[in-house]
Ligand binder design. Sequence first.
Ligand code: NAP
Length: 289
Amino acid sequence: MSNKGFIGLGVMGSAMARHISTKYSHLVVFNRTMDKANSWVKVNGGQAVSNAAEVGELCEQVFLCVGNDQDVKELVSGEEGILQTMKKGGVIVDHSTISADMSKELSELCSSKEIGFIDAPVSGGQAGAESGQLTVMAGGEEKYFDMVKDTIECYSKFIKLMGPSGSGQLTKMVNQICIAGLIQSLSEGINFSEEVGLNTNEVIEVISKGAAQSWQMENRWETMLQDHYDHGFAVDHMRKDLDLVIEEANKKDINLDLTKVVNGYYKEIQDMGGNRWDTSSLLKRLKEL
Ligand code: NAP
């Protein structure tokens, strides 16, 4: 059995790492803020180390769930990065949402050292990570994907290899495009219902049984009505994701009219101090206009 490591013990990574450690027992972990790694080990066992190179030295498979392009680049190819020490035949799986270009660049670098790199962003949020019910969209070489699929299954309800390197990130971009417009529509619907004097609880009860039903409606209508946004998927993360989407679309002149408008609304929410609010806070913006 191969040794496994996990880097990035935040909202998503701490739960994903816990699922791996439950199934495979010993896990090597690293986090920028070391206290988080030490606390994680106290609860879950395993071994905390002080940089990514140590993880690479001890493990044949390393999973990452960190922030953005620069975080992943530093951890993979930096001075104290995984590639400094990982042996040939190892595999790096990146669950962060980053650009497809960075995934391709790191994949090529890894490939030159006979190491696999799989971009594998996730959907399902904190609740999905905790319950082990994430959806994982992957890009990379099939032989490496097959080596890590069993481990990813510990925290997933569905995993699919979408194509070559970068395909996982491009699929995640489609996911975010579909969500952005939908949350704005849900916000406008709820706001309209309130303004015309309907009982919105009853409205949702009815329309959630029909064609307007969505994950966002099922999981967010109640907290939206309570003006409660201190949970879920942070606006800052969504802004990062939509900026990546828009950058990718601009390269190929792809129309993203609605996504660009909603990205602008999220900028306004950041200006309101809502950086860590859930993305459903588009309703709060509407109410405060
Ligand atoms: P988070 O709570 O901010 O966690 C990120 C973790 O990575 C933090 O513990 C951070 O350490 C660590 N980290 C960042 N850069 C590092 C570096 N250079 N070296 C070592 N550790 C580093 O973020 P999250 O919500 O778990 O999200 C992680 C990724 O998943 C993001 O790309 C996000 O877009 C994506 N995602 C998130 C969700 C969600 O619902 N939250 C859903 C789908 C996808 P510190 O403790 O020092 O900050």
